[in-house]
Design a protein around this ligand. Sequence first.
Ligand code: DIG
Ligand code: MN
Ligand code: MN
Length: 389
Amino acid sequence: MTDHYQPLPEHRFTFGLWTVGSTGRDPFGDPVRQKLSPVQLVHLLAEVGAYGVNFHDNDLVPIDATPAERDQIVKDFKQALAETGLVVPMATTNLFFDPAFKDGAFTSNDAQVRAYALQKTMRAIDLGAELGAGVYVFWGGREGTESDATKNPLDAGKRFREALNFLCEYVKDQGYALKFALEPKPNEPRSDIYLPTVGAMLGFIATLDHPEMVGVNPEVAHEHMAGLNFMHAVAQAWDAGKLFHIDLNDQKFGRYDQDFRFGAEMIKQAFFLVRFLEDVGYQGSRHFDAHAYRTGDYEDVKAFARGCMRTYLILKEKAARFNQDAEIQALLAEVTAQDESLSFLNGGYSRQKADRLKDMTFDRVALGARGLPYERLDQLTVELLLGVR
Ligand code: DIG
Ligand code: MN
Ligand code: MN
């Protein structure tokens, strides 16, 4: 039987080295899988059919590597990319693992740490540009507090803004074809992380010197941790022209950052997300920032990676079926019908329109009495997802 859910380069499925390379270490347990090299991980991703691979600087080059070691690592990595055809659409900086960043990087109270974070990020941007990345992600995992006695949020915002303004100027000065994508998360590892949601990030971007260079990298798990509808956040970013990248995974509500396989928990939300991305023609990477269960070996890690991509493709097919389903489309046409008597309101405000509208009579009771077939519509959606339509 033909398998219609095989990943192809045109699907732009990517994984970070840290995702399939996760050794299963967690706050309560040691690694359960041996560590694979970046070269081994590139070949693993090629085996499962990924399009690209992303990395934090130190996923590829250890923080204490010598320049000669760095050059050899990059040379070997480039060779693996050439052998497999994988590309590097995104790069980012690890500004959260080393103890130096224990109180943040760009927002640290220590000016030395802030300066070191800038230096580290410039070097990591150089590495990302060298490997062809077009998007540079900033996830401020340590940019936050446990106690608000320690830092004024205005100072934190000012420091983060100054760092991004400096780095935007650096990218322009170097002539890199790079754009920045800010990734929000509400908490963990800090008790509260600044700029916790997509909406907060979009508001912050407007305050930068070069807002045109900066967008967002929404992650499913992170908006779910905040109890929010992820597809709505993505739609707002898209509407603002700021959906520069996306981190796909899954997450139960009210949990720590689970980074589960895409579609593993909230299949209906995953469907509406895929339908949105495909309907608007999103052309960016479908990046799976997720990792396999700690219980798995590398064969299960490959099943995890394949599962992320297969579920996306299955839901993409379901979205096409939704858009072609006559009964569903008839209900949508019914509930979204235009009212020609109100077409005079199209095209914005005028005094004449306002006067005419103020003189109109509405049958408020009749408006409230209208029955909406949303149960039918949602049941049809569920039945489509359950495979009975
Ligand atoms: C966590 O969700 C963050 C880090 O893994 C990384 O900086 C970013 C890139 O997708 N996601
Ligand atoms: Mn996450
Ligand atoms: Mn992420």
